[in-house]
Design a binder for this molecule. Structure first.
Ligand code: PHE
Length: 442
């Protein structure tokens, strides 16, 4: 038996803390950075149709699957998959069980590099320097060069310090404090942005649906990729969070709440960024330039620019760190369950290895992009697929539904099984295939 048996296993101390931590994991750079430009680029309000459809049907099914899998085995996916494979006399459980952990570890590496950029821009904001830089050249001279390394390190160290403190005292506490503050800052910034002269042009851009984009397959593919990433489906992180709850927790409701608040935050972020960008007559660019070139340019033209931009980057730090802790917790939990290491040692070990692996990516943007694409297109959806197949094909229907509905006020019916078995599993395979064809779905 592993050291972490049922009695000594850590856990969330309250339902509120669990929900906050799940929303914290889901709400991250994906919401602020990717969603905003996709909403603009793929038809404004029309994009919301495929997006809502995918988030509320597929992502919620995925979350229910991952939370339940973790709670059922009281373990992360490595042990869960292993146990299941052994019971069924299947081979290669160890290797297959490790893949979801590897996927989330990869996300942690490239994510922390970007969090490092955000930390740097926060520092530029509080020192007031942000108003003096040439945003275009500054970003290209900073990202992908050795000057970004200390900031990458700082992102890893902040995450490490929280994860080392444990599930209740570190992760849960952080999320309970940071998330409400984040929503307050977001709402304030949204009003600020909407009150700018010319902001309504941006609002129109977001809310007037351009229906024709729905005829473009790419709109649907982008919405699908976004839906999976935004609620943190990897077959690892949310499984681990699920393993820290007991049978009184309502999994279907928690999954829906996570999806709702995640979507709300994404919409708020769009209504902060796009109207402000329009108010200053700047094109709402996509990719890294939106957050690190376009938005700082907007701040430069505003009164009290350093206060507003400090608040903006602080809220992004909150969003990003509450996500990165869930990424680091994935491999840390796997290591804890497979070895006799203490949490402190396991966390330091994983962090050091991730930092070292990330170094070549931090100084080479091309490699960084390829790595991030490989992880998000291939490895991470494979992790989702493995857990989904184990859950829907290796559990019997009665056990599965009982495990999902334990503690639930609104139990899911038997329709949930075919939804997962056919629709969710097939779509996950589609995510991988489409990602490979299109090179990226995010
Ligand atoms: N959902 C997070 C975001 O939108 C990213 C994430 C992916 C977090 C996978 C954990 C696991 O930024």
């Amino acid at each position: 038996m592993t050291k972490e048996n049922a009695t000594s296993r850590e856990g969330f101390t309250s339902k509120f803390g669990f929900i906050m931590s799940c929303i914290g994991s889901a709400l991250g750079l994906g919401n602020i950075w990717m969603f905003s430009y996709k909403l603009g680029a793929y038809g404004g309000a029309a994009f919301l149709i495929p997006y809502f459809l995918f988030v509320f049907i597929l992502s919620t099914t995925g979350l229910i699957t991952e939370f339940t899998f973790g709670r059922y085995f009281k373990a992360g996916s490595y042990i869960g998959i292993n146990t299941l494979f052994k019971k069924r006399n299947l081979k290669s459980g160890k290797i297959i069980g490790l893949l979801p952990t590897l996927g989330i570890t990869g996300i942690f590496i490239f994510y922390c590099i970007v969090v490092g950029w955000v930390l740097k821009y926060f520092a530029l904001s509080i020192t007031g320097k942000i108003s003096t830089i040439d945003t275009q050249t500054y970003f290209s001279n900073f990202s992908g060069t050795s000057s970004s390394i200390p900031w990458f390190l700082l992102a890893v160290v902040i995450t490490l310090l929280i994860v080392i403190s444990g599930v209740a005292k570190g992760i849960e506490r952080l999320n309970k404090i940071v998330l409400p503050i984040l929503f307050v800052i977001f709402i304030f910034l949204m009003f600020k942005s909407l009150s700018l002269e010319g902001a309504m042009e941006g609002v129109r851009y977001l809310v007037i649906p351009r229906w024709e984009v729905l005829l473009n397959a790419k709109t649907w593919i982008m919405a699908l990729g976004q839906a999976f990433f935004t609620v943190s489906l990897t077959g690892c992180g949310m499984v681990v969070y699920g393993s820290y709850i007991n049978k009184d927790f309502d999994i279907p409701t928690s999954s829906l709440q996570t999806a709702i608040f995640d979507t709300l935050a994404a919409l708020l972020a769009s209504f902060i960024i796009i109207p402000a960008v329009f108010a200053f007559n700047i094109a709402p660019d996509s990719g890294p330039s939106l957050l690190f070139i376009t938005v700082p340019k907007v701040f430069q033209s505003m009164p009290y620019s350093s206060v507003i931009s400090s608040l903006f980057f602080l809220s992004i730090i909150f969003a990003a760190i509450s996500s990165s802790v869930s990424m680091l917790e994935g491999p840390v939990e796997t290591l804890l369950s497979a070895t006799n290491l203490t949490r402190k040692k396991a966390t330091i070990l994983v962090s050091v290895v991730c930092f070292l692996l990330g170094l070549p990516l931090a100084v080479n943007i091309g490699m960084f992009g390829q790595f991030a694409d490989f992880i998000t297109i291939v490895l991470s959806p494979i992790g989702v697929l493995i857990v989904a197949i184990c859950f829907f094909y290796l559990f019997d229907k009665k056990t599965l539904l009982k495990a999902v509905n334990q503690g639930s006020k609104h139990p899911v019916g038997s329709w949930f099984v075919p939804l997962g078995k056919y629709v969710f599993v097939t779509t996950t395979i589609l995510v991988i295939i489409l990602g490979l064809i299109y090179g990226s779905i995010g």
